[in-house]
Design a binder for this molecule. Structure first.
Ligand code: MG
Length: 255
């Protein structure tokens, strides 16, 4: 019997940077009524708010069962005394941020993959993670479905991003540089990935790996969910939020 059900966010619970579908909202609320639930993502906390926290249940007893691990688990939020409370954060120093920002700019320029028309900032400082999104962070917020299609077609196999990452890696070998999500490259301290975040979650809640079931859409080697599989947590690979919804229906109906 699993005690905690964990999910990647983009591509697993919702399309990239998009709201939960109403069907997912209903299922997620049902799951929260019975299980401890975790959402772990490279995305920042503010996107968690935008994509689902504003839509799901406001029932404190349910929210107290929800564990939020934005920016790959370098931050951890729990619902305590009626508000989301930061449990810990592992942030970069200003000096580290400067080095990372200049390496990412160089990667964009030297690879030739700088995009002419961008939507919102292309480099975003998430305090404990810095993320490059060559089309801009707001492409889906501004263009909607068209933005989503633009994202999906820009670098589906990650080739452009691997070229950028190779340049960045040479500049800042002391950090971890990862091709992630649909169009982004994440820079974190070395060893920070979803496996790191999940281990932090297990430790904080005195859970064993066997207690957890994880859903992700990028569980293959090289994918940004692979670290969870690699650490030995039971994982279910999904193609989209619809697959996940189908599986949650099964979980809430038999338990
Ligand atoms: Mg994903």
């Amino acid at each position: 019997m699993k005690k905690l059900i964990a999910f990647d966010l983009d591509g697993t619970l919702a399309p990239s940077k998009s709201h939960f579908d109403p069907r997912m909202v209903a299922l997620f609320d049902q799951l929260l009524a019975k299980y401890e639930v975790c959402v772990i993502s490279g995305a920042k906390y503010e996107l968690f708010q935008r994509q689902f926290l504003t839509q799901i249940t406001s029932e404190p007893a349910s929210l107290e069962r929800l564990h939020l691990l934005p920016t790959s688990g370098t931050r951890y939020y729990r619902f305590e005394n009626n508000e989301w409370t930061l449990q810990y954060a592992e942030d970069f120093s200003n000096e580290q941020k400067k080095r990372i920002l200049s390496a990412l700019e160089k990667g964009l320029d030297e690879s030739g993959h700088r995009v002419d028309k961008t939507y919102g900032p292309t480099i975003e400082d998430r305090e404990s993670q810095i993320t490059l999104s060559p089309l801009g962070q707001e492409v889906v917020a501004q263009l909607g479905k068209e933005g989503l299609e633009l994202k999906e077609s820009w670098d589906p196999k990650g080739e452009k991003r691997r070229e950028i990452a190779a340049i960045v890696e040479k500049e800042i070998p002391e950090f971890s540089i990862r091709v992630a999500g649909a169009t982004s490259i994440d820079v974190t301290m070395p060893g920070v990935d979803k496996g790191y975040g999940m281990q932090k979650l297990l430790d904080a809640n005195k859970l064993n790996k066997e207690d957890v079931l994880f859903f992700g859409d990028k569980l293959e080697p090289g994918g940004n969910d692979y670290a969870v599989e690699e650490m030995g947590i039971d994982c279910i690979s999904v193609r989209s939020w619809e697959d996940t919804a189908y599986a949650i229906e099964g979980i809430v109906h038999i338990s």
